[in-house]
Ligand binder design. Structure first.
Ligand code: AMP
Length: 425
């Protein structure tokens, strides 16, 4: 019998995040959490897999995400489940299930799974942070949400990005517009890209968002949704535009912005980086979904939210050379040439007091331990030789500056940490 001895690798389109890169992720998440909480959002965790219907009904059968990209499976009990392809539908499912008091504001950080063709900035497992605000159709909420995303990107140091805003209309005005657009596209069917020549009847709006020059040219003179909005959608859109202007946020109105998920109504928006390659330059986006709660079995409840792609944003940060997080070095590195018990106890005592300290293991030589101490970036080495061990003391040697080394008792070293919060000598 032959055994497969090849080492398994992470699946295509997925990636590991290791230190020091993972420390950027920690900072990214902490910064997003702090900002979201300042705007009144509370953290929500939902399962990574759901009843497939959550996404089929929520996102829409005809969307790419559900139709072509969803990871679906039947579990051992015969249940039809799917890995979450985005964050919103699960949060809304949880809202319908638990019926929290509205207005309700939730933020999340989650992996998302889509069977896409992997390339730079496009993965089969990517990660998103996002927010959802349920229970109000006030356009000022739309503004707050967009401003929150804008401020988040700014706080990372990003500058080279832009914001596009659109309105998708609602159940009152969109159906008539979609009919008009479908009629218009029938006249253009021969010149649409292959995919949309086949599919435009099903979802004509999607053609507006198609990146091929064929579809772009064909829709150049297509009827515009923004001019077909009903009175209340127009008023809503105008208030959003006024609110963004009042907040000093720069944006363009883009009536091609229909976005890939079917649930949007009224406001949609998207942030794009100009520092990233065109096809994968969306940093995040979202919009209003006033029918989504109902489609998942809840009472009529308006809502709005966004999702931001963590990897994408970090790629944009790299391209703009911002948000570089230098890993914190230990404050001290304990070097023990007496067998390691001194290091064991001193490291434990210093960590109890809240300090980040390191040590060497495996009874290595003084020279090798000092090399490791230097490499760690620690400000000082705490040396334990036989004399120090006998006298319950430690010798402090500066590693980053010229300075006389001193020997102090461990008791006074720890008392110093209590008094100052650091190793002082
Ligand atoms: P969406 O849910 O499609 O609006 O995506 C929200 C954000 O997630 C996008 O703006 C991207 O930043 C990011 N994103 C979406 N799909 C992927 C993917 N396959 N790989 C990496 N990031 C993605």
């Amino acid at each position: 019998m032959s055994h497969d001895t090849t080492a398994p690798r992470a699946p295509t389109g997925t990636h590991d995040v290791l230190p020091p890169e993972s420390s950027r992720w920690e900072h990214f998440l902490a910064r997003f959490a702090a900002l979201a909480e300042r705007y009144g959002f509370g953290l929500v965790h939902t399962p990574i897999f759901e009843d497939s219907r959550v996404f089929r009904r929520g996102i829409g059968e005809h969307s790419e995400v559900v139709g072509k990209e969803m990871y679906e499976f039947t579990d051992r009990g015969g249940r039809q489940l799917a890995l979450r392809p985005e964050g919103t539908a699960s949060v809304v499912r949880a809202f319908v299930q638990h019926r929290p008091v509205t207005p309700w504001r939730a933020w999340y950080a989650t992996p998302s799974f889509r069977y896409e063709r992997p390339q730079a900035g496009r993965y089969r497992q990517h990660h998103q942070v996002g927010v959802e605000a349920l229970g109000s159709d006030d356009p000022d909420v739309d503004v707050e949400i967009i401003v929150l995303a804008q401020r988040f990107f700014e706080s990372l140091g990003l500058k080279n990005f832009s914001l596009a805003v659109n309105s998708m209309g609602d159940a009152q005005c969109r159906p008539a517009y979609v009919d008009t657009l479908r009629e218009y596209l029938r006249g253009q069917a021969r010149v649409l890209c292959d995919e949309h020549a086949q599919r435009f009847e099903l979802n004509p709006l999607r053609v507006l968002d198609c990146k091929t020059s064929a579809c772009r040219d064909a829709t150049q003179n297509a009827p515009k949704l923004l001019t077909a909005l009903c009175e209340s959608c127009t008023a809503h859109h105008e208030r959003v535009v006024a609110g963004l202007t009042a907040a000093g946020v720069t944006f363009q109105t883009n009536d091609r912005l229909v976005r890939g998920l079917d649930y949007y109504t009224k406001t949609t928006f998207e942030f794009s980086s100009h520092a990233l390659d065109g096809a994968q330059n969306a940093l995040g986006g979202g919009g209003r979904y006033d029918g989504l709660v109902e489609s998942l079995g809840g009472p009529p409840t308006p809502g709005i939210g966004f999702g931001i792609g963590i990897e994408r944003v970090l790629l944009a940060c790299d391209a703009e050379q911002v948000f570089a997080i230098a890993p914190m070095p230990p404050v001290a590195f304990v070097v023990d040439v007496t067998g390691g018990e001194g290091a064991r106890d001193l490291v434990a005592a210093l960590r109890e007091k809240g300090l980040y300290v390191e040590r060497a293991y495996d009874g290595r030589s003084m020279k090798s331990q000092l090399k490791a101490a230097d490499k760690s970036g620690a400000a000082c080495a705490l040396l334990i030789g036989s004399e120090e061990l006998a006298q319950k003391s430690v010798t402090i040697r500066a590693l980053r500056e010229q300075r006389e080394q001193v020997t102090v008792t461990i008791e006074s070293l720890l008392a110093g940490v209590d008094a100052t919060g650091e190793i002082s000598w």
